[in-house]
Design a protein around this ligand. Structure first.
Ligand code: ZN
Ligand code: ZN
Ligand code: ZN
Length: 478
């Protein structure tokens, strides 16, 4: 196993690894000549470990930033949070057999890395994708780790290293990934955070509603049945016995002639007595006092990769097709497209204009990525050129997801839309099939905006449902 070593301890003990070189934390990237199988961090200093992990995870080449990190501990064990940053922890006293057993995890992670569709020279700058790919290569699951040394109490230590600042970024990115349905979250725990500094360690305390002091004594109330008197237990105490302050009789026994119906709080500062003290919190970090309802409350979850998320982790998130179209066409965002489509629907209805909407999709675009690698970019450029050639300046082009192109053709009845679509699909199919020898599955559809259309999203959905597969040998695209 070939590893790069990052260390601040002197003598590296004997390990069943081949050291490819030693890396300097400050110039990590420059020291790497070829992708190692793992990085080995040898330190007794948690902050050195954290810096090393951050430096590795901040690299942009997936073949580097995703590599397993081995932590070779010095004499002392790291806390849970720091141990969780590494993929494999090798305690100083670990025996050869145990070391070998632990190192097997490295192979498992590297096998997952090999499954990624990574283009030579194309790096991951999108941290959302990086996090997703990290989770994918680590068995598709991530759980929060509880640690007193973590600012957030519960955190995802390996994911923290992908970010520079200690803020809610990790939580936000996980939220985003769940929203996109790349991950499913399962409730783990609700955590209160300081609303000033976001620290998780807060002192919850009962305070006097009258003067705000936390110096309260908790007392029981005693209800004396024979005379119906109710008062604090302290008032009944007389030496070793309990005597009713109202009727002067000695109490016999709990449940016999008295009970304790409630608890009261007596303020030692202002002597105020209440059954209902206020709850206040103080942040152990910044000292900010607040009420629980004013704190930041977050649901912390354990996450699992979905099938969709796995696909995105493997093939990437930023659509290359999207990038190419954006560079070569006046491509509108899907949101803007919806707004324009809504106006067009309105125009059609009001002024009897006949306009059409067409959709076009390369169904097996992932195969193109897989087969062509970064050359897919050139192909997408040519596709953009075809679209530009068959559309007019006034046509509106957008892309809905990885591979679905939508074009609004104003003042174009269905027949005209069909001509445009035929030309486009035929040319693109020729381009793909003849020039590249790839069997591409193209789906397409067209629809003239009708009187009954109201909502752009509904219109698009109808169109998508009506889409048909392009027959390879067919001349007609209708
Ligand atoms: Zn008080
Ligand atoms: Zn009494
Ligand atoms: Zn605070």
């Amino acid at each position: 196993m070939k590893v790069y070593v990052i260390k601040d301890l002197v003598e590296l003990p004997d390990l069943p690894v081949e050291v490819a070189g030693e890396l300097d934390l400050e110039a990590l990237e420059k020291g790497i000549s070829e992708a190692p199988e793992a990085f080995l961090v040898y330190t007794a200093n948690p902050s050195f470990l954290e810096k090393a992990c951050q430096a590795i995870r901040h690299l942009s080449d997936p073949l580097l930033y995703l590599r397993p990190i081995l932590l070779l501990e010095g004499e002392e064990q790291f806390s849970r949070r720091f141990r969780a940053m590494a993929d494999v922890v090798l305690p100083a006293e670990a025996e050869g057999r145990e070391v070998k057993r632990r190192l097997r995890k490295v192979d498992r992670i590297n096998q997952q890395i090999d499954r990624l569709n990574v283009f030579q020279g194309v790096s991951d700058s999108n941290v959302v994708l990086k996090v997703l790919r990290y989770i994918y290569t680590r068995g598709g699951e991530i759980e929060p780790v509880r640690d007193a040394f973590s600012f957030f109490g519960l955190s995802y230590p390996p994911l923290e290293n992908f970010f520079t600042r200690q803020d809610f970024s990790v939580f936000n990115v996980l939220d985003l990934l769940e929203e996109k349905r790349f991950l499913t979250g399962e409730f783990y725990e609700k955590v209160h955070f300081c609303n000033k500094c976001h620290f998780a360690f807060l002192n919850f305390m009962e305070v006097c509603p009258n003067c705000g002091s936390g110096d309260l004594t908790i007392e029981n109330l005693i209800h004396h049945f024979p005379c119906a008197y109710v008062g604090p237990e302290e008032d009944f105490k007389k030496g070793d016995t309990f005597v009713c302050p109202k009727c002067g009789r000695e109490l016999k026994g709990l449940g016999v002639d008295f009970d304790r119906p409630a608890t009261i709080y007596r303020c030692n500062h202002c002597r105020y007595v209440t059954q209902d003290p206020q709850v206040k919190t103080v942040c152990f970090y910044c000292g900010k006092e607040s009420f629980p309802e004013d704190l930041i409350l977050r649901t912390v979850k354990a996450y699992r990769l979905t099938a969709l998320g796995e696909n995105v982790a493997i093939y990437g998130m930023e659509s290359l097709l999207f990038t190419a179209l954006k560079e070569n066409l006046d491509l509108l965002s899907y949101e803007t497209f919806l707004t324009i489509l809504k106006l067009e629907i309105e125009r059609c209805r009001r002024y009897g204009v006949r306009s059409s909407l067409v959709a076009f999709q390369i169904v097996n675009i992932n195969e193109i990525y897989g087969r062509l690698g970064s050359r897919a970019l050139e192909l997408f450029k040519e596709i953009s050129a075809v679209i530009r050639a068959v559309t007019r300046k006034c046509d509106v082009v957008s892309i809905m997801n990885e591979s679905l192109i939508l074009i609004l053709l104003p003042h174009t009845p269905e027949g005209g839309a069909e001509v445009v679509l035929n030309r486009m699909v035929t040319r693109i199919n020729q381009l793909l099939l003849q020039n590249l020898g790839i069997e591409v599955i193209i789906k397409f559809g067209k629809r003239e905006i009708s009187d009954t259309d109201r909502e752009p999203v509904a219109l698009i959905e109808t169109l998508l449902n009506e889409m048909v597969l392009y027959e390879k040998k067919g001349e007609s695209a209708s």
